[in-house]
Design a protein around this ligand. Structure first.
Ligand code: F6R
Length: 264
């Protein structure tokens, strides 16, 4: 696991975008797993800039979003579908047919089958090459709240009260935040060929500390990335505050950069 710590959010977002660009240039038909939330906004803005100013091409890219609130229509301003269109897709030359976001309006009786089909679609696309993740204060990835099976697949998940409170900032009232979501499972995420997890701000420091340096546990679903073969964690200084081996991560990230230069 490579842990890249940058001085602030903007720098972290820029470096993460360079990382995505590198993968995209190597594989123009990249299949990317995407997260919503405030953390990847800077990354998305930088990718849009790269598209507009440098001609970074997304025409052959396929995307799969991690999750969606159950009960919100795709045009609801707080739906993840709306978020993705506003904050990323409408500014890129991505083919709308290649965009996949769980549908929050699937009828309850059809949900199980729908979730299986979402997984099928990922497989049919050749699997996810690069999964972008944020992390919740309780260590969740996607909406895989503490206690989610580390082998879980795409399914309906009940949000914790903490996540509902955290996400209430985007709604006018806390009781408007849906209680349920459709989310890719931890097992689904782990099948991606590569994972990039981003975290910024002091409020994430504890979750980052336990996810990276604690034991692997379903109580902190992000900790499962310790078992993945190719993970890069992008942090700002504040999110790295509780890491004990920070000096080594900085040393290793620098050494890795030097090694990449030697190879090219
Ligand atoms: C959303 C998602 C969530 C968020 C997490 C952090 O698609 O996957 O796991 O990444 O809740 O959210 P922010 O970035 O808003 O702090």
């Amino acid at each position: 696991m490579l842990v890249v710590i940058k001085k602030d959010y903007d720098e972290m977002s820029r470096v993460a975008a360079m990382f995505v660009r590198d993968r995209l240039l190597r594989k123009p038909d990249l299949v990317i797993g995407l997260a919503t939330g405030s953390t990847p906004l800077g990354l998305y803005q930088e990718l849009i800039r790269m598209h507009k100013e440098e001609g970074l091409d997304f025409s052959r890219v396929t995307t799969f979003n991690l999750d969606e609130y159950l009960g919100l229509k795709s045009d609801h301003p707080q739906s993840y579908n709306f978020f993705m269109r506003e904050n990323l897709f409408k500014n890129l030359n991505i083919d709308p047919h290649n965009i996949h976001i769980p549908d929050g309006m699937v009828k309850p009786a059809e949900l199980d089958e729908y979730c299986v089909r979402y997984e099928d679609a990922i497989r049919e696309a050749g699997g996810i090459d690069l999964q972008i993740l944020g992390i919740g204060r309780d260590g969740h990835i996607g909406f895989n709240e503490p206690g989610s099976s580390l082998g879980s697949r795409t399914r309906v998940k009940t949000l914790t009260q903490e996540t509902i409170r955290d996400n209430a900032r985007f709604f006018s009232r806390a009781d408007e935040v849906p209680c349920y979501s459709i989310t890719m499972g931890v097992g689904t995420v782990m099948e991606a060929l590569e994972i990039a997890l981003l975290a910024a701000g002091e409020t994430k420091a504890r979750a980052v500390g336990v996810a990276i340096e604690g034991g692997v546990t379903a109580q902190v679903t992000a900790s499962v990335i310790q078992l993945h073969r190719r993970v890069t964690v992008f942090l700002d200084e504040d999110a790295s505050l509780m890491l004990k081996r920070k000096d080594y991560y900085n040393f290793a990230a620098g050494a890795e950069e030097d090694f990449e230069k030697l190879k090219s």
